[in-house]
Design a binder for this molecule. Structure first.
Ligand code: ZN
Ligand code: ZN
Length: 409
């Protein structure tokens, strides 16, 4: 047992810190939270001396396998190389305080196994496996030149980030393949995107029949679909057809946001990736076609937060950073602070994301029975969100499942 004494508590749900709290961890879970001293014979006692204790952070849009920004190139890189990169990216995310990440394409059963086996000291991994994409869709990373000859994409295992499936029987089978391998949710591409070579941002992807079939397959496994979508039209189609998690949503308007709220859908903005791509992308090898497309979505990004907030949409927290740009993961906090209050932002990254991942009460809160995924912050993150920056430098303790990842007290 481990007893954290004398902390200021952000429990993941509230609007302010509670002073003078005590938290007892037994095994991998939290046993007790109290504003009175806890008696626990034999427990290791850590006096936090008024530091802040809070739930581990959750990033709901992560790509462990994205070693660099050029997906066309990455599909040709050796898996063994990408796996080493994934290890590096996952371990760095955990040291920034992200004790859970939801992988939005590429991350798979093997990586989750390696984390469970302790080969990678990484966050809990909720993985989609390969994203489902239509031919020419946002996860069809064949270069336009490659599409002409007898290029063979018949072997499903050839892909890393996406699986190309067209028509209802094919999308059902593709979804079932990912669910069979334990995907915690199914990812689909429902509009054009920045990093793919052929599709404009405004392009609508997947028919109603295809999306409804994928949603049915996911729900039959008691899970849900997350969809990449930028425009109001793409987003409203997804929500009407049963998609639960809308990714990015940069170009959303008030009417579409209201539809999301009414349907109980979540929206997961990933604003930091557009800033990072704008700043570092060209130097890191982002292709010119992507640089052009980036402008359209980047400028609308921050305004989308205001629209979502005004409509009362459940806003998750994601980053979607690629390769070396993942070091900017915590930059998402400061971008959101231009529009939202710190407690709203931290709830997004803890309890709201936990509800989105269907693990309400298990993750994203400091409460009895929850997993002991905990951070100790040197200071008050509600007064100064920059305490979450600098690659975890202000985190005195990082605990995942009752195990110390970092303990510098
Ligand atoms: Zn996307
Ligand atoms: Zn993504």
């Amino acid at each position: 047992m481990i007893l954290f004494e004398n902390c200021r508590l952000f429990d993941g749900l509230g609007t302010e810190l509670r002073d003078g709290c005590h938290v007892l961890v037994e095994g991998e879970r939290i046993k007790e939270v109290s504003d009175r001293p806890i008696q626990a014979a034999g427990a290791e006692v850590i006096d936090l001396k008024g530091r802040t204790l809070m739930p581990g952070l959750i990033d709901a849009h992560f790509h462990a396998m994205a070693a660099e920004p050029d997906f066309v190139k990455m599909e040709d890189l050796p898996r063994s190389f990408l796996h080493q990169h994934a290890r590096h990216l996952l371990e760095a995310a955990l040291l920034r305080g992200f004790t859970t990440v939801r992988d939005a394409g590429g991350g798979d059963y093997g990586l989750a196994m390696a984390i469970k086996a302790g080969l990678i000291e990484g966050p809990r991994l909720f993985y989609s496996g390969r994203a489902l994409t239509q031919t020419g869709g946002h996860a069809d990373f064949r270069s336009l030149e490659a599409g002409h000859g007898d290029y063979c994409f018949c072997s499903q295992s050839a892909h890393i980030f996406g699986t190309i499936a067209d028509g209802v029987p094919a999308v059902r089978k593709a979804a079932r393949e990912e669910l069979r391998r334990g995907a915690t949710q199914i990812k689909i591409m429902a509009s054009g995107g920045v990093s793919s070579p052929s599709d404009p941002i405004w392009n609508l992807q997947y028919s109603e029949e295809e999306i409804r079939a994928i949603v049915w397959e996911a729900e039959s496994w008691r899970t849900y679909v997350m969809a990449h979508a930028y425009t109001p039209e793409a987003i409203s189609r997804c929500v009407a057809f049963g998609v639960r998690s809308i990714e990015h949503a940069n170009l959303i308007d008030a009417e579409t946001a209201a539809a999301c709220a009414a349907a109980g859908a979540y929206v997961v903005p990933t604003l930091v990736t557009y800033e990072a791509l704008e700043r570092d992308g060209p130097e890191l090898g982002l292709p010119p076609v992507s640089i052009e497309k980036l402008k359209v979505v980047r400028e609308a990004g921050v305004q989308s937060l205001e629209i979502l907030n005004a409509a009362g949409v459940a806003v998750g927290f994601g980053t979607d950073l690629l390769g070396a740009m993942q070091s900017h993961q915590s930059g998402e906090f400061s971008i959101r602070a231009e529009v939202l209050s710190p407690d709203e932002i931290l709830r997004s990254a803890t309890s709201v994301n936990a509800a989105l991942l269907n693990v309400e009460g298990d993750l994203g809160v400091v409460a009895p029975g929850a997993f002991a995924d905990l951070l100790v912050v040197d200071g008050d993150p509600l007064a100064d969100l920059s305490l979450l920056q600098n690659q975890g430098a202000h985190l005195a303790v990082i605990m995942k499942g009752g195990h110390f990842v970092k303990q510098s007290l």
